[in-house]
Design a protein around this ligand. Structure first.
Ligand code: MG
Length: 257
């Protein structure tokens, strides 16, 4: 099932996308919801980020180029970071490159949406707590990575977390490829089997640290091939089974400081 959030007539609505038609729903997608009976043509509405996350957690440097490169020993403490929910935008919205920043990268990623409160969940049970999946672009300004190691500033600018176009609840996350096309040229295309810390292990680890809640979004890392971009560049992050998340980079006229 594909859940979508969208704007029409200045209202924000939620629905289930079937082919090119949206059936509006009301209620909580993580709990009880029902169809309202209203339908909308997809091409007559403005798709939004498919949820407003409760919190956003990313993992760094999580892909190798080929299976033979996968390490036999996993890092003891994975590199996790938070992104602010204020950085979320939807499909077709502009990603703003802040003034004073000349190095911004796209990072196409599979985003996991948590559906149930999860604490101390063993790896084998992790997927029972997953509601669905969407596509994320973990936009990054590495020149703002702190020299002592933390990445927060470089990950946190407004518009730096495009999400969408839908939440797919029936995805097999182990059978998909994460792709990115920059100005129509393929830059990333890797299967999720190239993840260093696999999804079950990543989420189980997190639940041993913190309680995950419905609406938490976990960005599972970006394949090899992310590049720096410029104003006017069009980035499409693609997971075929979910859809294409397309955004354009623009320069800000305002100063960062
Ligand atoms: Mg990333």
């Amino acid at each position: 099932m594909k859940f979508i959030r969208f704007a029409v007539n200045y209202e924000t609505l939620t629905g289930v996308l079937q082919d090119e038609m949206i059936r509006e729903i009301k209620g909580n997608i993580f709990g009880n919801w029902e169809y309202t009976g209203s339908t909308f043509a997809l091409n007559k509405v403005k798709p939004l980020a498919p949820l407003m996350p409760n919190q956003i957690i990313g993992i760094g440097a999580n892909y190798v180029m080929k299976v033979e490169d996968l390490p036999s020993d996993l890092p003891e403490i994975p590199v996790f970071f938070f992104k602010p929910t204020s950085s979320v935008i939807g499909p077709e919205e502009e990603i703003v490159i802040p003034a004073g920043i000349d190095q911004v990268k796209f990072e196409s990623e599979l985003a996991v949406i948590i559906g149930k409160e999860a604490k101390n969940v063993p790896e084998e049970e992790v997927l029972d707590y997953v509601f669905g999946y969407t596509v994320a672009n973990d936009v990054t300004a590495p020149q703002f990575f702190h020299k002592d190691g933390h990445w927060t500033v470089g990950k946190s600018f407004d518009t730096f977390t495009p999400l969408g176009p839908v939440i797919e609840t029936e995805l097999d996350p182990f059978q998909v490829s994460i792709e990115a096309r920059l100005n129509n040229e393929e830059k990333q295309n890797s299967s999720t089997e190239l993840m260093i810390i696999p999804i079950r292990k990543m989420i189980s680890y997190l639940t041993n640290v913190m309680t995950l809640k419905p609406g938490d979004v976990i960005l599972t890392g970006s394949p090899v091939g992310a590049e720096f971009v410029h104003s006017g560049d069009v980035i499409e992050c693609v997971i075929k089974e979910i859809g294409t998340l397309k955004n354009t980079f623009v320069s800000s006229k305002e100063s960062v400081y």
